[in-house]
Design a protein around this ligand. Structure first.
Ligand code: PBG
Length: 322
């Protein structure tokens, strides 16, 4: 036998030399749920180990993350029902929960990259990402709301705004609004390939943001489709996106690969709430090794072509990588 592929697997040292994919804490973004209050840590029932944190507690968590080499956080605010309306007006409040939290992070940990979610759902009394009228999501009427939200986030200090709403034309609307206010260095991470997935369930528990009626299938992508992604990639690039994000992560490795092969932009992948919940639930039963399966999931998304990984297990993974 001349060919013996096992020779390249013979020892840890050899395996390190021939490893084709690397995972470091610098690849990781920690998504976080922020809620009003002081010293509040409320565990999300369907996401053991993940908490709704008041801003002061979030700072503690981010200091730990920062110490482990994590340089990015993606913020999602838990908004009081009394502040929700069909237009998500609270998202424009300069002293709203999210804006105050951004300012606090930038003053306490200035080099933590703050990524903010642009979509109506946390603020909307309808629980949809766009404006709902007579059972329909109004695309063009939603755009100025999203653009205004992104500008307020930038004003508070966000480094990167991340539209996750899937309205057509939103990247351009946001880019123009940011530039008009001179936020030319605030980047846009577009949720470019965001599928209508049932893996978002635990996230909607965490934010209490599930649609009050209907589903999100008229705007999020159909899980059966692949070719359609090329069109989304082309549009987001043309509209000025800086990063392209694929979501969910592990069930959509083919789409991460497709984005990688069809764009020069950095590709991000979101290991979503349901993916995290599955690992936690199976490991609580003693059926899976959470640590190793987490690292393997992240490595596989890197191998498929993702540069940046959003994961609720970011701190766990960074610790394991030490
Ligand atoms: C909504 C949004 C969702 C997630 C991020 N932004 C949920 C949805 O579209 O309903 C999901 C993230 C996760 O499941 O971890 N704009």
């Amino acid at each position: 036998m001349i060919d013996r592929p096992r020779r390249n697997r013979v020892s840890p040292g050899v395996r390190e030399f021939v490893a084709e994919t690397r995972l470091t804490p610098h690849n990781l973004v920690l998504p976080a749920f922020v809620q009003e209050g002081n010293q509040v840590r409320l565990e999300v029932g369907s996401m053991p180990g993940v908490f709704r944190l008041s801003p002061d507690e979030l700072i503690k968590e981010l200091r730990v993350a920062h110490g482990l080499g994590i340089r990015g956080t993606a913020l999602f605010p838990v908004i009081d029902d009394a502040l929700k309306d069909p237009y998500g007006k609270e998202s424009l409040n300069p002293d709203g929960l999210l804006q105050r939290t951004i300012r606090l992070i930038k003053s306490e940990i200035p080099d933590m990259i703050v990524i903010t979610d642009v979509a109506l759902d946390p603020y909307s009394s309808d629980g949809h990402d766009g404006l709902l009228k007579d059972g329909e999501i109004l695309n063009d009427e939603t755009l100025p709301l999203l653009a205004g939200m992104a500008v307020e986030q930038a004003r508070a200090g966000a480094d990167i705004v991340a539209p996750s709403d899937m309205m057509d034309g939103r990247v351009l609307a946001i880019r123009e609004a940011l530039d008009e206010e001179n936020f030319i260095n605030v980047g846009i991470c577009s949720y470019c390939l965001k599928y209508a997935s049932y893996f978002y369930g635990p996230f909607r528990d965490a934010l209490d943001s599930a649609p009050r009626g209907g589903d999100k299938k008229t705007y999020q992508m159909d899980v059966r489709n692949q070719r359609e992604a090329l069109r989304e990639i082309q549009l987001d690039e043309a509209e000025g996106a800086d990063w392209l994000l694929v979501k969910p992560g592990l069930p959509f490795l083919d789409m991460i690969r497709m984005a990688r092969e069809n764009s020069e932009l950095p590709i991000a992948a979101y290991h979503v709430s349901g993916e995290y919940a599955m690992l936690k639930a199976a490991s609580e039963k003693g059926w899976l090794d959470y640590d190793q399966c987490l690292l393997e999931s992240l490595m596989c998304m890197r191998r498929a072509g993702a540069d940046i990984l959003f994961t609720y297990g970011a701190i766990d993974a960074a610790r394991l990588l030490q």
